[in-house]
Design a protein around this ligand. Structure first.
Ligand SMILES: Nc1ncnc2c1ncn2[C@@H]1O[C@H](COP(=O)(O)OP(=O)(O)OP(=O)(O)O)[C@@H](O)[C@H]1O
Length: 219
């Protein structure tokens, strides 16, 4: 076990008497793309929510760069360095995409000049300039997906965690996302993705298969 990156150790989680995750352990390292695949309802999103700091496991530990996410006072700093794209996009419906981006960056304490530069950069990268002044309810599912990914990429982050990022994306945008994930890993970041997408799975560096809350194949 390494003390850099993400280490999930024997994590279990139940909702009522439904055991959704049972003793799951995974490792996601810097410089690489780690995928979690498995059938619908197998527990992938639950695992990612736990790793992103949104859901406390019943037992087990999540160590990020050696810091216990649910037991260490330094967890806040670590969580600030996680960019998480949930399955249902995390955009604020009353704000335009530009305002969503500005808010996410301002929360991190970035200055106005840096914020505007990042927005220019990320909107060019993802081809979303034409929707910057629209609200999430005024754009397509694929555009919303790209806007959510834009927020994640624009933030300062060391860990990129994405839940089904290719949902609603067309082939060209899946290719673009794959190139972006590879670049993110190349910058030394930890990239952890839950996906059904065979293209992403084939191009990952490490693959975990999860079925009914248990790992079935370990790397
Ligand atoms: N907050 C919750 N309360 C009760 N049950 C939940 C909750 N969140 C998830 N579950 C249940 O946990 C199981 C796993 O759900 P999860 O969303 O983690 O699966 P998944 O592998 O991501 O599925 P999909 O590929 O369809 O997104 C499902 O049976 C789901 O109904």
């Amino acid at each position: 076990m390494s003390d850099v990156g993400i280490n999930v150790i024997n994590v279990s989680k139940s909702f009522g008497n439904h055991a959704v995750l049972r003793n799951v352990s995974i490792e996601a390292l810097p410089n690489s793309i780690t995928c979690v695949a498995g059938p619908s309802g197998s527990g992938k999103s639950t695992l990612l929510r736990i790793v992103a700091g949104y859901l406390r496991p019943d037992s087990g530990r999540v160590l990020i760069n050696g810091v216990d996410l649910y037991a260490d006072s330094r967890a806040r700093e670590i969580i600030n360095m996680i960019s998480y794209v949930p399955q249902d996009d995390l955009l604020i419906s009353g704000l335009t995409i530009r305002e969503n981006l500005r808010l996410a960056l301002r929360v991190q304490g970035l200055g106005n000049r840096v914020i505007e530069e990042r927005i220019r950069w990320v909107s060019g990268l993802l081809g979303i300039e034409h929707i910057l002044n629209k609200r999430p309810g005024q754009i397509s599912g694929g555009e919303r997906r790209r806007a959510s990914i834009a927020v994640a990429l624009a933030r300062d982050h060391e860990f990129l965690i994405m839940d089904e990022p290719t949902n609603s994306l067309d082939r060209a945008n899946v290719d673009l996302l794959m190139r972006i994930l590879r670049e993110e890993a190349g910058l030394g970041r930890v990239v952890l993705v839950a996906t059904h997408d065979q293209y992403l799975i084939r191009n990952s560096d490490r693959l975990y298969m999860i079925r009914a809350g248990e790992l079935t194949i370990e790397p």
